[in-house]
Design a protein around this ligand. Sequence first.
Ligand code: S3P
Length: 170
Amino acid sequence: MIRQRRKVIYLLGFMGSGKSTVGNLLARALGWPLIDLDTVIEAGQGLSIREIFENSGEPFFRQVEHAALTAASQAEPAVIALGGGTYAQPSNVSLIREAGGTTVWLDCPPDLLRARCEGMEHRPLFRDEQAFTQLFAERLPYYRLADFRISTEGRKPEEVVEQILSLRVF
Ligand code: S3P
């Protein structure tokens, strides 16, 4: 018997790739709830992402993120917008694979990502050019594990949503 794919879409990609914006539009188009992982974490901790990093450091943030992802992965149907680093943690890749569902990487050119992230105070991991380049290179191999890659280059968020819907994986 062929097991039906779970009606869960995980959006992943580097910070600034449009996960939250696309997630919102996609959830609306499908009539599914959106779970924005960063928002869930902020609500749960009563702190902004930046404050969590500043007060408790990245390892603590990753623990909280993993717990939030575990809880979010119970939902169905759902569009789940991950944080930029979520899918770059092997334990999260395993968790998502075990939960089932579809992973979609929003692939955006590094120059555009860098331009979008600059000046964004709420992104604690975006420090400088060198840190950006290193983080980007470290994460690519993980992002490439996604079931689907959608290039966002030259596409409006609505067009990215159309591309995702045309995958017809459900
Ligand atoms: C992070 C990206 C952020 C947020 C946190 C860590 C990362 O999410 O989860 O600052 O490790 O790249 P966005 O990708 O939504 O900015």
